[in-house]
Design a protein around this ligand. Structure first.
Ligand code: NA7
Length: 574
């Protein structure tokens, strides 16, 4: 059911939901009007039956709502579990949280005006600034009336007689939609390890990805941080100077290159704006979509002196992905190239970390093939007298006690425990919703052995359901690729509607072939040889397998676009 659409123009501000920005960096100019007038937008918010239902209001979900409503002219209802927009950036408010992707690629790239008008303050913006940006986009596109906040979708069912999705929420409401878009987050479902005795601890326990909204004063506290991934290294670096004592409970050491924090280079931004279309094209045709040029040169093809000079320059520039992909072409795939890189990184660590025992414990023994980290001052934190490293592989955590954490050889007295233990990545959030498709097939059953989806976006037996960054999608920087995927979804939806069809779904054969192609590539990389969220090995009981298309965004873009131009071979339209 669609309402009559009044295609007139207004720009009245929104505001139903709690606004979470707070940095004051938003623009004060007029909102850009969308194709619906305010009354129609609000009328749409009352609809129980819409063209498109969207779950999530992170980067992907917000853009999907804008695209479907304002460009395709469809009725849309979005659902958001949180009290505000932002997804990851709503929840991850822990001290030190910020993007570790350079911001010229960590934003929307589909709208040059938006890119030009929003002024980022630094190269790697902090959480508040990113959340401000997302609130700004929400207001610019007048999206709030079509978002139900504090509303979690708990069940989705495809009704075969109506060819519509039926949705149930935790507030007891029911909705139907012809199309369902799930932008639930690649790294969203928290990984809460089940440490014995948690309830007996008398201090506070915080997970980095569910940090309290109220100010938490950790100055002068005895703090234990469990986890040394992106979140852990950021929170450790930030809390080290504040804590009375900081204990870092490390299971696996990680490499970490400098980020090189600082202001944005205005000349670089100017250059991007001047040639914006080709910049966007270059991001979407690169391997990682991080906004820098990747190297075509294998590491071992150059002399040791030249290799050293390239690594030095990459170190100077900063950024983990840039180091891994822009220094040489094969650090993520060739063991020898990887070793050359890690030898260099180990040398830098040895120059930084003063205590030899701490250095030994902080030095990874494996390939560099977890998600690359970057941070200024992380390893330097361990030179402080008030920071201690606890190696929990050597001395595992036995339990939380009233006073703190007990390992098999000591008890650490703490006021606060920070769990920087990461996420049930990629598939975790989808599986939290009770989802069933054709013939009552549940997603839980379909993904029991391994989560998979065609092009990372659609699953056989789940017609008209789209996933932003679902399993077997590209392993890349996300925001520009979110836009790209949503644009593809919009084309598919337009194809269905223009041809008076009811449904679209990938065939099982296409899905199987896609999975085989993804595996062929992924198992040639070193990312499958090291435990991390990338292959599911970070969560107890989760299938340890390939979750990504690792052929690069450029190749993905080309092959999915070729299929689109050929009329979507392998997809069943009815
Ligand atoms: P990560 O990168 O998955 O890191 C989680 C960390 O927590 C990592 O060091 C884990 O050690 C550690 N961990 C997890 N469970 C335990 C238990 N039970 N005991 C001790 N240590 C544990 O999550 P992040 O939040 O830092 O970052 C995830 C992504 O978000 C990041 O890559 C960016 O893309 C944004 P392990 O290495 O598994 O031994």
């Amino acid at each position: 059911m669609s309402p009559n659409r009044a295609v007139s123009r207004v720009g009245t501000p929104h505001d139903d939901a709690e606004q979470q920005d707070g940095s004051g960096l938003g623009l004060s100019g007029p909102l850009i009007p969308n194709v619906f007038d305010e009354r129609t937008v609000r009328a749409m918010a009352e609809l129980a039956d819409v063209d498109v239902a969207i779950i999530g209001t992170g980067f992907g979900g917000l853009y999907a709502l804008h695209k479907m409503r304002d460009e395709l002219g469809l009725t849309v209802q979005s659902f958001e579990e949180a009290g505000g927009v932002g997804g990851t950036w709503f929840w991850n408010t822990y001290p030190g949280a910020r993007s570790d992707t350079e911001v010229n690629a960590y934003c929307y790239l589909s709208d040059k005006n938006l890119f030009e008008e929003w002024k980022w303050s630094e190269r790697y913006p902090k959480q508040k600034e990113i959340l401000s940006y997302l609130n700004h986009c929400t207001d610019r596109w007048n999206l709030r009336p079509n978002i139900k906040f504090n509303t979690r979708v708990v069940k989705t069912t495809f009704n075969e007689s109506t060819s519509r999705w039926e949705l149930e929420t935790d507030t007891g409401e029911k909705f139907t939609a012809q199309f369902l878009i799930e932008g639930v987050g690649l790294l969203s479902s928290t990984n809460y390890p089940d440490f014995p005795g948690q309830s007996s601890f008398r201090g506070q326990i915080y997970h980095t990805a569910r940090w309290p909204k109220e100010e938490v004063d950790l100055r002068g506290k005895r703090i234990g941080v469990i986890g040394t991934g992106s979140s852990g290294t950021q929170v450790i670096t930030e809390l080290a100077p504040q804590a009375e004592h900081l204990y870092v409970f490390q299971r696996t050491p990680q490499f970490c290159v400098p980020a090189n924090h600082g202001p944005l280079d205005p000349e670089k931004m100017k250059g991007i704006i001047e040639d914006f279309d080709s910049y966007r094209h270059s991001v979407l045709s690169s391997i990682t979509s991080f906004g820098f040029d990747e190297s075509p040169v294998p590491a071992m093809s150059v002399s040791p002196e030249e290799r050293e000079a390239v690594f030095e320059e990459a170190w100077r520039q900063g950024n983990g992905f840039r180091f891994m992909f822009a220094a040489f072409s094969d650090i993520g795939v060739d063991p020898e190239a990887n070793k050359a890189a890690t030898d260099f990184l180990k040398k830098k660590m040895a120059q930084t970390i003063k205590d030899p025992v701490t250095l030994e414990k902080l030095t990874p023994k494996d390939y560099w093939a977890k998600r690359p980290l970057c941070n200024d001052g992380y390893f330097e934190s361990f030179n402080r007298d008030n920071v201690s490293l606890v190696d929990v592989k050597e001395h595992p955590i036995v339990e939380f006690t009233e006073k703190g954490i007990r390992t098999d050889n000591a008890e650490y007295e703490l006021d606060v425990i920070v769990l920087a233990t990461g996420f049930d990545a990629v598939s975790g959030m989808y599986l939290k919703i009770d989802q069933s498709g054709l013939g009552g097939t549940t997603l839980q059953k379909k993904w029991e052995d391994r989560p998979h989806a065609t092009y990372g976006m659609m699953a056989a037996d789940f017609p008209n359901m789209f996933m932003i960054y679902g399993p077997m999608g590209p392993f890349t920087n996300q925001p520009p690729v979110h836009e790209w995927q949503v644009d593809w979804m919009a084309d598919v939806i337009q194809h269905v509607r223009a041809n008076n069809l009811a449904t679209v779904e990938p065939s099982r054969e296409l899905e199987e072939n896609w999975m085989v192609s993804c595996d062929d590539i992924a198992y040639q990389t070193l990312f499958m040889k090291v435990d991390s969220w990338i292959n599911g090995s970070n969560v107890v009981g989760k299938p340890v397998t390939n979750y990504f298309y690792m052929g690069g965004m450029g190749a993905y873009n080309e092959l999915v676009t070729t299929s689109q131009k050929a009329g979507y071979p392998g997809f069943n339209f009815k």
